[in-house]
Write a protein that binds this ligand. Structure first.
Ligand code: ATP
Ligand code: MG
Length: 456
């Protein structure tokens, strides 16, 4: 069942229920109020008869004038005494006169159905010195009241049916407007599914409901995000193919050279073998970096543990310093600096930063470990070529290299810092770059001390 039908049915049923309750209440309330007035009228007449009798010392009980003065055409009045004997009676309505007389010592009033019409019946006893003398009985047809009630029922029915019809049309119109954007979204999703292209849902300006606007906006934001991701992926594939193509071309050209002249010319052979080895190594490194980036997209990439980051930094600087014959100085706020994070990824992050510092400078390198309010700050400073301010925002993009030509010689693929950024992001950390061309660069990483608890 559609949302529209459900909403309409619910509203209509609910309205019918309320209307039924309301109509029943009005009907019985009107009956009660009007019947009470009629009853009061009859009771006054009976009281008047009893009062007159009392004034006359119970004389003239059979006097026809006693009742005929008070008589009305749609009524019957009589006095019953002794052993249920009618001693005085006035009235012309046969059905009212045929009501069996009663003699009782208590006041009785009730509504009876006689000949399909409602009749108000009243019986008032009267006493003399504590002895029951008789009863004044009165009955009155509620003809006028019944015709008013019929009008009331008619009016209530017409207004109720009108309200239900209005409710049906109103709800239908309202839900059509309400579900319009949902239908539009479903159509857009089907279109996306069918064509494989991403489309946004167009909001027509007259849509006032905030929730629907939010829903459409959220949908469009999701589409934009997907669009950006797909676009990035396309770029990545294009860049990756380009990056893979260059070393492969070099390898294939040297392989050709080897085939032609390699057997005779030792010089050519050595050069080709050297170049092929270098390019293969570059390819391996590139593929490793690409795999790391792909793995980083998985939720369970991090495995959090508690470790001493100062030890990691010292070990790494010693290994890299020895390997590359460079002076790497470590300055730490404490002998041991404990933190919760993924130890291997933090090591990889430091390796990427130190590798850059080594590649892009010749002077000694400083690494600082600071403890601050936000957690732990790791700073890698080199005194090398530096980066132009305009290049800093792009440094962390995949395959971005400040100087393409120069970096062919240093062998960088431009993926190091994007892996580093990913590691920092996954740890809920922040990266800052301070650099001055010709003077050097400091890359500062702020990490929370207790790690990213959510991804343990
Ligand atoms: P890879 O690290 O993948 O081998 P790469 O070092 O070229 O290659 P990134 O580490 O991502 O790539 O760095 C991107 C670019 O930022 C570098 O090519 C370089 O131009 C610039 N860069 C990074 N670190 C420094 C630095 N310490 N000093 C000067 N330039 C730097
Ligand atoms: Mg690098």
């Amino acid at each position: 069942m559609t949302l529209r039908s459900r909403f309409t049915l619910f509203t209509v049923f609910w309205l019918i229920f309320i209307l039924i309750l309301y109509n029943i209440f009005v009907y019985f309330f009107v009956i009660r109020v009007t019947t009470r007035g009629e009853l009061q009228l009859l009771a006054n007449k009976a009281d008047l008869v009893i009062e007159t009798l009392r004034q006359q010392g119970m004389e003239g009980i059979e006097d026809p004038k006693l009742l005929s003065d008070l008589y009305n055409f749609n009524e019957m009045m009589r006095i019953v005494t002794g052993s249920v004997k009618v001693v005085n009676m006035v009235g012309s309505d046969e059905q009212l006169l045929s009501i069996p007389p009663q003699m009782q010592s208590f006041y009785l009033s009730e509504t009876r159905q006689i000949g399909g019409q409602r009749v108000l019946y009243l019986s008032v006893p009267f006493f003399e010195q504590g002895h029951l003398i008789g009863t004044v009985e009165a009955a009155r047809r509620l003809t006028v009241l019944d015709s008013y009630l019929q009008i009331l029922v008619g009016a209530l029915s017409v207004t109720s049916i009108g309200a239900i019809v209005f409710a049906i049309f109103g709800t239908y119109w309202f839900t059509t407007r309400l579900t319009g954007p949902i239908g539009q979204m479903v159509q857009t999703m089907r279109e996306i599914d069918r064509s494989g292209k991403l489309y946004r849902v167009k909001l027509n300006g007259r849509e006032e409901s905030v929730e629907l606007q939010q829903m459409v906006r959220a949908f469009n934001q999701m589409i934009d995000r997907l669009d950006r991701t797909i676009e990035q992926q396309k770029h990545f594939v294009a860049d990756a193919s380009h990056e893979l193509k260059t070393p492969l071309t070099v390898i294939s050209s040297y392989a050709d050279m080897l085939k032609r002249w390699g057997r005779d010319n030792v010089e050519v052979r050595d050069e080709a073998i050297e170049a092929i080895a270098k390019e293969t190594e570059r390819l391996q490194k590139l593929i490793r970096s690409m795999l790391t980036l792909a793995e980083a997209e998985q939720d369970s990439w991090l495995s959090i543990s508690r470790f001493d980051v100062a030890i990691v930094v010292r070990d790494l600087s010693e290994v890299l310093g020895t390997t590359f014959q460079r002076d790497i100085r470590v300055h730490s706020d404490g002998q041991s600096v404990m933190m919760r994070a993924d130890k291997d990824k933090i090591r990889q992050l430091l390796m990427i930063l130190i590798d850059n510092a080594i590649k892009y400078s010749k002077e000694p390198i400083d690494i600082r470990i600071r403890i601050n309010k936000q957690g732990i700050k790791l700073e890698v400073t080199d005194y090398g070529i530096g980066i132009q301010e305009c290049d800093i925002p792009y440094m962390f993009e995949r395959f971005y290299r400040v100087d393409e030509a120069r970096h062919r010689s240093t062998g960088g693929s431009g993926l190091g810092l994007s892996i580093a950024k990913k590691i920092v992001d996954l740890h809920d950390g922040k990266v800052e770059v301070y650099s001055k061309p010709g003077h050097g660069t400091t890359i500062s990483i702020q990490l929370p001390r207790n790690g990213k608890v959510s991804s343990t």
